[in-house]
Design a protein around this ligand. Structure first.
Ligand SMILES: O=C(O)c1ccccc1N[C@@H]1O[C@H](COP(=O)(O)O)[C@@H](O)[C@H]1O
Length: 206
């Protein structure tokens, strides 16, 4: 079975089209203003409107207010929520939507305990820990920290590129990869060529 792929941080409709054409499974829209990949509701509506059935539209938040999440959900076609801050399990589940939870990986991170708190999530997204930076670091973490077994699907993130995607799959056997900076031509601007290369590497066995 092929590893699933989410391409995150889309800010342009043409980039979304490139992601769909390359065969990725999900796109991510960043609703976090400090990010260079931030999109407002109007832009998000425009991008999501071009996404066909069976490609998941993910809304990424970092410690949002309840009102903001509800506003996005009321106005944009969103299939999955991604919480990338210090949100609690209770906070994440109050919207009654499928969600994934980001976990900043440190040497002592207890994934089983986190899986207990987020027992109803659709996946745990393991990302690089960097003090003061919630995500989109462009840096990998020590993949030996990825558990071989987990009761939740593991989504590997952090510094993935067309050059390391196949190796990441071989070493960690995740359910999915989540990439942002590694397929960009510039901050918030995706490269169709890098997206295609990334998908080819995911399909390649090492
Ligand atoms: O992309 C961002 O700007 C971002 C901002 C705040 C939180 C998360 C963000 N992106 C997520 O970070 C990971 C890894 O990104 P990268 O491949 O290392 O650039 C990915 O899950 C993005 O969804």
């Amino acid at each position: 079975m092929r590893t699933r792929v989410k391409i995150c941080g889309l800010t342009r409709t043409e980039d979304a089209q490139a992601v769909v054409n390359a065969g990725a499974d999900a796109i991510g829209l960043v609703f976090y203003e400090p990010s260079p990949r931030y999109v407002d509701i109007n832009k998000a509506q425009e991008i999501a409107a071009g996404i066909p059935a069976f490609v998941t539209v993910t809304a990424l938040f970092v410690n949002p207010t309840v009102d903001y999440v509800q506003q996005v959900l009321s106005n944009v076609r969103i299939d999955l929520l991604q919480f990338h801050g210090a949100e609690s399990g209770e906070f994440c589940r109050q919207f009654g939507r499928n969600y994934i939870k980001a976990v900043p990986m440190k040497a002592d991170t207890d994934i089983d305990k986190i899986a207990d708190e987020f027992y109803d999530c659709s996946g745990l997204l393991l990302d690089t820990y960097k003090k003061g930076v919630p995500g989109g670091t462009g840096e990998t973490f020590n993949w030996e920290l990825v558990p071989q077994e987990c009761r939740k699907p593991i989504i590997l993130a952090g510094g993935l590129t067309p050059q390391n995607a196949a190796q990441a799959i071989a070493e960690t056997s995740p359910w999915a990869l989540d990439v942002s900076g590694g397929v960009e031509a510039g901050k918030g601007i995706k490269s169709a060529e890098k997206i295609t290369q990334f998908m080819q590497e995911v399909m390649r066995k090492v």
